[in-house]
Design a protein around this ligand. Sequence first.
Ligand SMILES: Cc1ncc(COP(=O)(O)O)c(C=O)c1O
Length: 471
Amino acid sequence: MLPAKLSNGVLASSIRGSFQKLIASSVLRQQVRRTHDVEKPIDGSCVGCGNELLQDDPFCNPKNPVKVQFSDISAAAYNIRGGVRRTPCTRSNQLSKLLGIDLFLKKEYLQATGSFKERGARYAMLRIPEFERPKGVIAASAGNHALALCHHGQQLGIPVTVVMPVFAPLMKISCCRAYGANVIVKGRNIQESKGHALQLGAEQGMRYINGYDHPDVVAGQGTIGLEILDQVNDLDAAVIPIGGGGLIAGMALALKTLRPEIKIIGVEAETCPSFQNALTKGHLVPTSCGSGSLADGLAVPTVGCNALETVKGLIDQMVTVDEQSIALAILRLIEMEKAIVEGAGAVGLAALMSGKLPELQNKRVINILSGGNIDTTVLGRIIERGLAIDGRLIRFDVLVSDRPGGVAQLTTVIAELGASIKYIFNERAWVTTDMFSVRCKIVAEARDAEHVKEIEAGLRKRYNQVNFKFI
Ligand SMILES: Cc1ncc(COP(=O)(O)O)c(C=O)c1O
């Protein structure tokens, strides 16, 4: 049994004993399905939860969850200093003005591997006793936790094995290999990768480090809260992304312990509200997570039991955000902050921009920009989508004369109205009015919503058939 409180410094001997016993017996238990720990999936389509064999992780036992303590966070802060960057936390003048909020941004995307995950990963590895380190550690992750472990494993001389699901971006797989890690690509989803990692870890004596629920990981993530209190005075609220819950659990514990009046607001993607479900029910609830969210790092069907135990009573409000708000938030961060932030790291700003938190007007708020690992190709698509949602990339069609000069005249009119054509396609086969008309389908760039109105009015003045299609 794990004690409720982990002491500072080396791992308590009782934990070490339990861990060794559990490792010895876990291979047998791996085949036992633990249906009693969790409710049935909310619906039958639950991605990566429901049918899989749940493996044992001695540090994350839903029947005996660990409540991380403030002293664990202080110990983590002391131990990781020098090994993990103290990231800037600055006021965003433009976003503050736009939103009517005194908004500060904690820039965790500026960590060496591009996310806050380094804090927990480094601390969890530092806590491994010297004699156990040569065996190495293992984890399942599609991205940020894997990168963090591989980087700090290399720095600390601890061998790292990461099991990445087949859909993990090639860039991240090769980055992990470049850090000298053993990368195994296995599993159709993260749960399958986790099952494989736990089994391999048990067979080869490697410690499994859960990226959102290992108690040391939760403590490590909490160090962000301590830093923020040192960087910003008189904070009213903190807006924090939630995946498996490690980040909010650590941060809420740090912030509420030192400044209980700070309001803690958790943000999830609408496609995977697993933490909200767990808070409502008071226990883990496997939740269906749609695939393909911009906030892929937050798609955790079953949140962490230690994270949940630690954060109980510390969250004041939960919010979900949709894909459009996330795309728009990423765009605003590029334009106003010159910051490349991934979807999971932009959900906080998405929540602030979506008008779901009106009580934060004129308050001093911290938003965690938790990561910046976004594929360049995806980024290109998000920018286009964001511009479309913002009404600055518009599409419309106009029926014009198909006689010589008809299309040329339309493009001149559009140019005079100040819009810039990106794509133009001339459709003739489906025009039913007459044989000498052509429908020009156009995608164009505009300045803002006001400009779009001017363009529409200008075209309607000159042409009879004008159709604008907005999102
Ligand atoms: C960039 C980013 N932000 C936020 C989170 C959520 O953190 P947690 O899983 O600890 O809730 C993740 C998780 O992977 C992430 O990668």
